[in-house]
Design a protein around this ligand. Structure first.
Ligand SMILES: Nc1ncnc2c1ncn2[C@@H]1O[C@H](COP(=O)(O)OP(=O)(O)O)[C@@H](O)[C@H]1O
Ligand SMILES: O=P(O)(O)OC[C@H]1O[C@](O)(COP(=O)(O)O)[C@@H](O)[C@@H]1O
Ligand SMILES: [Mg+2]
Length: 562
């Protein structure tokens, strides 16, 4: 008997089989050595182990060919899937400076994978669509504003259904997990992954992982189907629960393997996508036929490359309610100051967009734009002028703004390693009150509104709901087509598959030397608080211009959804 490594997932395959005997065929590279053995399902994994011996340096791919038969092909893959070559980004260079930043595919590390016709071709809802399947060579450019001599630049693979899929419908065992902070639209994404798998691809097995990453190994799972998720998009939050911290890669991948899961849908922000990336690497190292797809989530909009994250518009819309209230309060009383603190840990997109949308805001403070309180050009001087001229004013401050001005105590971190912020809203309220009452002897009426979680605990609005649907369906099409290690994201209004390395390499931030921030300054008339010393840091960090600037909302090209 030759050496055979039996993946731990065989136990779940054995347990799920209705047949009395599970026949295991082992195909070796040398076909002459082909052998098989049969194990009664009641014997379970322990009996199976009698036939097995661990052989280091090899791993075995398995495929559930039919209910009673599991074929395992022995491959010499460990060496190649752990080689540095494998971890390198997949870059394809073409003529004219064309660069495709491609996503990994299961066939990159599992040779001879069979393909199947896409079941969508028999689906009456889609058969009327001309050219429903996306051409394998379709890509989407990252930059759409070009000059006639510009190189063609970076492209991403276009998302969408492919003619051939790498999973049979009854072979798929998918799971969905939500991690990090809440965001409007989480439930819509969950719903549309489940419905997409069931209705488009005839999949019947979808598991919900309870409570974020740690749910893989420390919690129960829940079976998901279209009935269970039918009206969840009308609710805020996530029906699966979420958490920070608790990312234990090997325990998570063991759980994926033990449960026989072969498609993993991971919904979360920058931290979550980093976690997804290491899960993918471990899955590839173990040579498993498991697709890992990320769906980017964050109200802070701090994920790079993509046009914007889902739930962002809903959060901005909800923030308007707080700003309106602050304006009404400030406008109704002498020397009224309405102060609103909005979420935005490292990026001030919510504050910036809420300010631009409202037009009632006189000053917007964000983490990317350092400010100062006293002296010429400072915030106090500006407040005094506003009160003199208008009798009231509204200030919006992102929670991450001005952190460097607050007292220097030890920086605490949350379970995921994110900086725990000091309360800049309370701090600045006190500073303004002290300055005007003690130093200037000017009576002011300051009303502080902190809507905190209210802007993210709500269900998504109509446009975010459509956006969530497209992201979820794109992720499903990608996983079915055998792509893995990708995030489904909108680039220039087109659905794309973006490799994890591009999503996690940096954070999206408001670039204060961009036109969007200039639009805000011209709308509020606030001081820029700009000083040449800030500009050095700004130029030096090599940031791309604000993603939202040139690509939509107020940019040169209206976003268009495919
Ligand atoms: N560098 C990392 N490697 C692995 N897992 C990570 C990493 N950063 C964050 N995570 C995990 O991702 C999950 C969510 O991260 P967090 O930063 O809280 O939220 P978000 O994904 O919304 O940014 C947590 O379970 C955390 O442990
Ligand atoms: O949910 P918590 O742990 O209180 O964290 C609040 C943070 O979550 C956010 O809403 C978004 O954070 P993530 O997208 O990284 O999860 C931030 O704006 C805010 O600072
Ligand atoms: Mg985050």
């Amino acid at each position: 008997m030759d050496f055979v490594v039996v993946p731990s997932c065989f136990s779940s395959l054995l347990n799920h089989s209705n047949n009395k005997n599970n026949i295991f065929y082992c195909y070796y590279n040398n076909k002459k050595n082909k052998s098989h053995f049969s194990v009664p399902s009641s014997a379970g994994i322990f009996s199976l182990r009698k036939f097995t011996t661990v052989s280091f340096g090899y791993d075995y791919r398995y495929r559930r060919g039919c209910r009673s038969k599991i074929e395992c092909s022995r491959r010499r893959v460990m060496d190649s899937s752990t080689s540095p070559e494998f971890s390198k980004p997949k870059i394809v260079i073409g003529p004219g400076g064309y660069v495709l930043e491609d996503v990994p595919h299961l066939s990159d590390y599992i040779p001879d994978l069979p393909t199947y016709p896409n079941p969508l071709q028999d689906n009456p809802a889609y058969s009327v669509v001309k050219q429903y399947f996306v051409h394998v060579d379709d890509t989407v450019p990252q930059k759409v504003v070009v000059h006639k001599d510009s190189p063609r630049g970076i492209h991403f693979r276009r998302a969408g259904p492919r003619q051939k899929v790498y999973f049979e419908s009854d072979e798929v065992h998918a799971c969905i997990v939500t991690c990090g902070g809440l965001c409007p639209g989480l439930n819509t994404v969950i719903r549309e992954i489940v419905c997409g798998l069931f209705h488009m691809y005839g999949v019947k097995k979808v598991l919900g992982i309870d409570g974020g990453y740690r749910g893989f190994y420390a919690k129960n799972t829940v079976n998901l189907n279209p009935k269970v998720v039918n009206d969840i998009h009308k609710r805020g939050g996530t029906i699966l629960g979420t958490s920070r911290g608790g990312h234990d890669t090997s325990k998570i991948v063991d759980s994926i393997q033990d449960r026989g899961i072969n498609q993993v849908y991971i919904i979360g922000g920058d931290g979550t996508q980093r976690g997804a990336s290491v899960i993918f690497e471990e899955i590839r190292r173990r040579g498993l036929k498991v697709s890992v797809a990320g769906i980017p989530k964050t109200i802070d909009n701090d994920i790079p490359v993509i046009d914007k994250s889902f739930g962002f518009d809903t959060a901005v819309e909800e923030a308007q309610r707080a700003i309106n209230a602050a304006h009404v309060e400030a406008d109704s009383i002498e020397n009224g100051i309405g102060l609103v603190k909005l979420m935005g840990r490292y990026s001030g997109f919510i504050a910036m967009h809420a300010t631009l949308a409202s037009r009632d805001v006189d000053c917007c403070l964000i983490p990317e734009s350092p400010f100062y309180l006293e002296g010429p050009g400072g915030l106090f001087e500006y407040i005094e002028r506003q009160l003199k001229e208008n009798g009231h004013m509204v200030i919006v401050i992102a929670e991450g703004a001005g952190q460097e001005l607050l007292s220097e105590s030890m920086t605490l971190k949350d379970a995921s390693g994110n900086k725990l912020l000091k309360d800049v809203g309370l701090w600045i309220s006190q500073k303004i009150k002290d300055y005007f009452s003690k130093e200037r002897k000017i009576p002011i009426n300051l009303k502080y509104i902190d809507p905190t979680y209210m802007i993210r605990a709500i269900p998504s609005n109509a446009s975010d709901n459509v956006y969530c649907t497209l992201l979820a369906q794109s992720a499903v099409h990608g996983a079915m087509a055998g792509y893995t290690g990708f995030t489904s994201g909108l680039v220039n209004g087109r659905q794309t598959y973006i490799p994890f390395n591009r999503i996690i390499e940096k954070q999206n931030k408001v670039v204060i030397t961009d036109r969007m921030w200039a639009r805000l300054l011209s709308s509020t008339n606030q001081p820029s608080f700009w000083s040449p010393k800030f500009a050095i840091g700004d130029e030096g960090n090599g940031e791309e211009p604000t993603e939202l600037l040139d690509k939509g909302i107020c940019g040169d090209e209206a976003p268009h959804f495919n």
